[in-house]
Design a protein around this ligand. Structure first.
Ligand code: PBG
Length: 309
């Protein structure tokens, strides 16, 4: 009876796996995210194949560069780690899953901010848009088909869309991190990408107290041409997710972030929570709240074990 009256089901195709890659020959573990690693290009390829075989809908790639500078030069270098890794993953699984890339400067800058800085050391929104436009073309060239605009600069969707269209890349889509909150739940991610950030991102990410503002950001991104909008983090923002899902004319995705992963894995490691049941419940809740797809570090594991419970 429960099976036949069930309202929400999570499908493998709705799961998108975020993956980290660095330039070294060996993968490196991420202490605060047990089970997640900074891949080498070799292990990244294998993990992408595993994800595709499990049936995930896509992968989202993050690069951890060996060198960083003020403007994040490596982000737009075709030989930079993220662009090389993208080409490798596209060659491996590009026909089977959506290969997308994080389009943001924070991994590549020596100050760790998502944009370039002005003379006073503040994030310069409009100068950053120029870098994002260049990055979009480099990522499209590498084979990414969905650009993850996670930097929260005003006008970033329009800037990237214009640059892509002007270059004839109407085939590349944009995923706008529309309602992205200045969240403590990104803590483990900062370790995952060796973030150089001191301070915080409160001048460009949203105040956790504001739901209406998240809706407005999503509407603006749609106006600018976003193909998908995102709410992030997921579980602490299910109300925002529901409201965006109710009003968005484009697909709405949610990002179950590093801190959500770490909390649950840590509790499970202590035997304080039933790991698989808690993961399934969290993902079901995110889909129930309106997510059409979910970025989750458990994507491969869950996709491989999904059954009609
Ligand atoms: C920015 C970016 C961040 C995450 C995804 N893209 C970090 C931030 O905004 O500080 C966080 C993802 C996670 O915590 O799992 N490039």
């Amino acid at each position: 009876m429960r099976r036949v009256v069930r309202e929400t089901r999570v499908h493998a195709a709705q799961l998108v796996l975020p993956m980290f890659v660095h330039a070294g020959p060996e993968p490196r573990p991420i202490g605060s995210m047990p089970g997640v690693q900074q891949h080498s290009i070799g292990t990244l390829r294998r993990a992408a194949v595993e994800a595709a075989e499990a049936g995930v809908g896509g992968v989202m790639l993050f690069g951890v560069p060996a060198r960083r500078d003020a403007t994040g030069t490596e982000a737009t270098d075709p030989d930079g780690i993220l662009n090389r890794a993208t080409a490798a993953v596209v060659a491996e699984v590009g026909d089977a899953v959506v290969v997308s890339t994080d389009l943001c400067l924070d991994e590549f800058t020596d100050h760790g901010h998502c944009g370039v800085l002005d003379d006073a050391g503040r994030v310069d929104n409009d100068a950053t848009l120029e870098r994002y436009a260049e990055m979009a073309l480099a990522q499209a060239e590498a084979g990414s088909v969905l650009l993850g605009l996670s930097g929260m600069m005003d006008g970033q969707v329009a800037a990237v869309r214009d640059a892509l269209d002007a270059a004839g890349r109407t085939d590349v889509a944009t995923l706008a991190y529309a309602a992205k909150y200045a969240s403590a739940y990104y803590g483990p991610f900062r370790e995952a990408v060796d973030s150089q950030l001191t301070g915080d991102r409160r001048t460009y990410q949203l105040d956790p107290a504001n739901a209406r503002e998240g809706l407005r950001e999503a509407a603006l991104d749609v106006e600018e041409g976003a193909d998908v909008v995102m709410v992030k983090p997921a579980l602490p923002y299910l109300d925002v997710l529901r409201q965006v899902a109710d009003s968005s004319p484009v697909p709405v995705w949610a990002y179950q972030v590093s801190g959500e992963y770490a909390m649950l894995e840590a509790a499970a490691a202590h035997g304080w929570i039933a790991r698989e049941a808690a993961i399934a419940e969290a993902l079901t809740s995110i889909v129930r709240a309106g997510a059409d797809a979910v970025l989750t570090y458990w994507a491969t594991e869950v996709a491989a074990t999904l059954e009609d419970r």
